[in-house]
Write a new protein. Structure first.
Length: 121
């Protein structure tokens, strides 16, 4: 681990557990494909920061959660609109997408592996 990562990790609370893929225990990855250009995009969703609580009646406990994200890839300017609904335990119950398509992790990884490496420098 580099000096700066250790320094900033300590200052910014980097001591939290993260999985090998960077999602962490309270986050997960969504994979989408742009309908316009075909770019495959990986999108991190944090259950702690990206979800908005919804309340029924006068209850102090959330009955559901909602997430809306606007995604723009690197290949084109078109937006992909993602909406998801979660239950009170922050488990996904519904998902909708406009301007793109949901794909699986396997589809995303296969597309990444098939892309030619970009030269550096």
């Amino acid at each position: 681990m580099s000096f700066f990562k250790r320094l900033l990790g300590g200052l910014l609370g980097g001591g939290s557990q993260q999985s090998a893929d960077g999602a962490g225990p309270n986050a997960f990855w969504l994979y989408v494909r742009c309908n316009a250009c075909g770019e495959n995009i990986r999108l991190r969703v944090s259950r702690d920061h990206d979800l908005s609580a919804e309340f029924d009646g006068e209850s102090d406990s959330p009955s559901a959660y909602h997430m809306t994200k606007e995604v723009v890839g690197q290949n084109c300017f078109r937006r992909i609109h993602v909406e998801m609904t979660f239950d009170g335990s922050k488990r996904p119950t519904e998902q909708q997408i406009t301007g793109g398509t949901f794909i699986t992790r396997e589809e995303y990884e296969a597309a990444q592996a098939a892309e030619p490496a970009t030269p550096t420098g």
